[in-house]
Design a protein around this ligand. Structure first.
Ligand code: GDP
Length: 589
């Protein structure tokens, strides 16, 4: 039997597995769901789970675990044997004022291919340069928090970290932080000892500090850390630095697949008037092209323009290429993974699931069967108010979303934010909302007429606010409306049965004495025999001395008709307790 063998690492993303199995990713997500795993296209499942799912699907495929390369968890994509060499991705880090920006500038000014440097019209966070015909991708470090975010997303993005240390200042707190970052990210370190042109420069001291205090031994001392003395100001040593970066990268044999759906990381995103969401991506695998459908975190769209770091249009962007794309309908977040999918439909369904997941389960990866059961039970016990939030700017969006999350309903009603973004209400929002009874809240945004029409057609509620408290009040009221009402019973009176006159198909007529309070038509009654409640019934009419009466009070004898069922066989001596039952709308605390 011709069995297909797929080799994967310890884990694989759902999207990748689907691709390898030649299955629509939604099928795979569905199969995982059946097995109690709620997943998204970008989610990683472990080897064991993947094996089980393949078995369940009855596929003629065997999974094999790829031997791990020295325990370095650098693999985010399982390379095929067709993988090709890719440029190294290099981050420049170091203490403030040690010359990171100057060094990047120096590299770009002198090394960037003719004409490109002048083309950089706006700040972007990644560049490429060419040294001896080989491309190097350089990341501008957008602050260490951003890198922490990257790490959290499980992305070992950088291959090499250039740690810039000013020769006249030595190792400083952020130098140490940068070293730690590089080590955690399993990136190779190249030290650039900068400002070597300065009189006070003391490169030997820097090397000693690094060697004795931080375990980075310079090669010239028999260690294995490459250290290059440079001056960002004069350009001295910069070529050597780039050569060293390439050398270190070569040892890593960096490769990527081209013949695979493009995927990678969101490295920046912002809204721009006239352009919409402008998203910086770093392609890790595959080739991104204009017209590709992308899912990025909880956003999706079709790539309208694809630009390189110098804002030049590209026909395609392969591995390690930083690009700027437009056409994504909402803002993905820094550190989100993106993947190209085949169609808008696939993108939409992947995003719908991703959004729900994102809200429920921001950090964790896999949900166990037990968790799923719990989630489903909760769904029976509590209801969800689904909302999509749109706001004018990221700041107000964050406040609205955070405030909504703080509405306390004792866990009874869950507020699920199934989508959020900056910008006006879009047709896309309405489409997403139509699928699952969702209210769209807009804060300081507008509802374009076409979208309004669509919302009316699909019966989607769109509520626009300019004052955050009013928006929150509305959300609170909507949640209150969903709270299960409180049941309030009020005792009204009691009676002892003295005689059973007739038992009809659905009525029993009996006589008795009102022992407390009153009895009246329409009241509910509990039938008590001895100490037990044996039935609940309703009073359909009351008679006093064979005359129809509205109510009869304590101490009086009366006849009464009670609704009955097969189970209710009244006996003399039974006690009836009359009461009213109301459903009272509850309020949130
Ligand atoms: P960053 O904060 O690490 O990005 O540092 P900058 O690149 O902004 O540099 C901080 C200061 O050091 C600036 O005034 C630079 O002009 C200066 N500087 C950077 N590199 C060199 C260098 O190689 N030699 C000298 N003399 N000054 C430098």
């Amino acid at each position: 039997m011709a069995e297909k063998v797929i080799v994967i690492a310890d884990s694989i993303t759902v999207g990748e597995l689907a691709e390898k199995l030649n299955l629509p990713v939604t099928n795979l997500i569905g199969e995982l769901f059946k097995n109690g795993i709620v997943s998204t296209i970008n989610q990683r499942i472990d080897f064991e789970t993947a094996t089980i799912i393949i078995e369940e699907l009855g596929l003629d495929v065997t999974l094999e675990k790829k031997a791990s390369a020295g325990g370095v968890e650098h693999v985010t994509h399982t390379l095929s044997d067709k993988a090709v060499a890719r440029p190294p991705i290099v981050a420049v880090m170091g203490h403030v004022d040690h010359g990171k920006t100057s060094l990047l500038d120096s590299i770009l000014k002198t090394k960037t291919a003719e004409g490109e440097a002048g083309g950089i019209t706006q700040h972007i966070s990644a560049y490429q340069t060419i040294r001896n015909g080989r491309t190097i991708t350089l990341l501008d470090t957008p602050g260490h928090e951003a890198f922490a975010a990257l790490r959290q997303h499980g992305a070992a993005l950088t291959d090499v970290v250039i740690i810039v240390v000013a020769a006249d200042d030595g190792v400083k707190p952020q130098t140490i932080e940068a070293i730690r970052f590089a080590q955690n990210a399993h990136a190779k370190i190249v030290v650039a000892i900068n400002k070597i042109d300065k009189e006070a420069a003391n490169p030997q001291l820097v090397k000693t500090q690094l060697a004795t205090e931080h375990g980075l031994n310079p090669e010239e001392w028999g260690g294995d850390t490459v250290m290059v003395e440079v001056s960002a100001k004069t350009g001295q040593g910069v070529d050597t630095l780039l050569d060293m970066v390439l050398l270190v990268a070569d040892i890593e044999e960096l490769k990527a697949d081209i013949d695979t759906p493009a995927e990678g990381l969101v490295i920046e995103s912002h809204m721009e008037v006239g352009r919409g969401a402008v998203v910086g991506l770093l392609v890790e695998q595959g080739e991104l092209k204009p017209g590709s459908f992308l899912v990025a975190g909880t956003a999706y769209g079709k790539v309208r323009t694809l630009l390189d770091f110098a804002s030049k249009p590209l026909k395609s962007a392969g591995p390690s290429t930083p690009v700027t794309v437009t056409g994504i309908k909402e803002l993905p977040q820094f550190g989100d993974r993106f993947i190209a999918v085949k169609s808008e439909k696939e993108a939409r369904s992947a995003v719908a699931i991703a959004r729900i997941e994102h809200e429920k389960n921001a950090a964790s990866t896999n949900i166990t069967g037990a968790d799923l059961l719990k989630m489903m039970n909760q769904q029976y016990e509590s209801q969800d108010l689904n909302v999509i939030v749109k706001a004018d700017v990221q700041g107000s969006l964050t406040s609205v979303v955070d405030s909504l999350r703080l509405i306390d309903t004792d866990g009874e009603i869950a507020l699920r934010i199934i989508g959020s973004g900056v910008g006006n209400i879009s047709e896309n929002d309405v489409r997403l909302a139509a699928d699952q009874e969702t209210i769209i809240y807009g804060f300081n945004v507008t509802l374009p007429p076409a979208v309004k029409q669509l919302a009316a057609r699909d019966k989607v509620q769109v509520r626009l606010y300019k004052v955050i408290y009013e928006l929150l009040d509305d959300a609170r009221a909507s949640m209150e409306a969903m709270l299960a009402p409180e049941v309030v019973e009020t005792p009204v009176g009691s009676l002892t049965i003295k005689a059973i006159f007739r038992t009809l198909k659905d009525t029993v007529i009996a006589g008795g004495e009102v022992t407390s309070g009153k009895v009246a038509t329409g009241l509910l009654a509990r039938v008590i025999r001895g100490k037990e409640t044996i039935a609940e019934t309703e009073v359909t009419s009351v008679q006093r001395q064979q005359q129809e009466a509205k109510e009869v009070f304590e101490g009086e004898m009366c006849g009464l008709s009670l609704k009955t069922s097969k189970k209710l066989l009244l006996e003399e001596g039974d006690k009836l307790e009359f009461f009213t039952r109301e459903l009272i709308k509850r309020k949130l605390k």
